[in-house]
Design a protein around this ligand. Structure first.
Ligand code: C5P
Length: 222
């Protein structure tokens, strides 16, 4: 075996991808951003002009699309059917529609199956909403990251400013709360802490401190 499975779940903007990438690097594991996969499908749905309640057409899209990741010096690039959508999937339109698309059963079935295939040999850090609870129920390490909504909105605000996006802080907070509500209340595999997950509140911790805590949980399993 190449290493263990590490599942990192939690609400929007809790810092999952930032720490997951660093943890993966430290252990030489692959990093899988499952949110990017849901965002990729959402991007294609919006581009096709489909209504978000057209489950039949959206199911066809998820079955026929090829999502892939590739490393680069700017970080991990995301592709759908060969098109680089790394930046497009972070835009407001995708962010505000992704919870509706990710609530569709066929979308979840297809993407979860892909995620399970990627993780089958271990040596993987996967972040999302339902990784510890549903996708990788036997993951050796399960982390549930939380932070106050004010802190999460602040972090998103700072990230946005660096990218030249100037959305008001209160608007970001409402967007985060709305998305968490939808992700936690959907019928299929809602956002939830697995019983055996270790919860870490990152509100007053630095990135390094969070990485350190997760690394020590992993070392206990090796
Ligand atoms: O992590 P990120 O914010 O990029 O995720 C975008 C959206 O994808 C979430 O708000 C959620 O609707 C969906 N998602 C999901 N299950 C996952 C990961 C993401 O439903 N495992």
């Amino acid at each position: 075996k190449n290493g263990i499975q590490v599942a990192i779940d939690g609400p929007a903007s809790a810092g999952k991808s930032t720490v997951a990438k660093l943890v993966a690097k430290q252990f030489g594991y692959i990093y899988v951003d499952t949110g990017a996969m849901y965002r990729a499908i959402t991007y294609k749905v919006l581009k096709s002009g489909l209504s978000l309640d057209n489950e039949t057409a959206i199911s066809d899209i998820v079955r026929s699309s090829e999502i892939s990741f590739a490393p680069s010096d700017k970080g991990q690039l995301v592709y759908i059917d060969g098109e680089d959508i790394t930046e497009a999937i972070r835009q407001e339109d995708v962010t505000n529609s992704v919870s509706a698309v990710s609530a569709i059963s066929t979308v979840r079935e297809e993407l979860s199956a892909d995620q399970q295939r990627i993780a089958i040999n271990g040596g993987v850090v996967m972040d999302g909403r339902d990784i510890g609870s549903t996708v990788l129920p036997d993951a050796e390490v399960k982390i549930f990251l939380i932070a106050s909504v004010e802190e999460r909105a602040q972090r998103r605000y700072k990230e946005n400013i660096e990218k030249g996006i100037d959305t008001p802080l209160d608007e970001l907070q409402l967007e985060i709360e709305a998305r968490d509500y939808k992700d936690s209340h959907r019928k299929i595999s809602p956002l939830t802490k697995a019983d055996d997950a270790v919860e870490i509140d990152t509100t007053s911790l630095s990135i390094e401190e969070v990485v350190e805590k997760i690394a020590s949980v992993i070392k206990d399993e090796l």
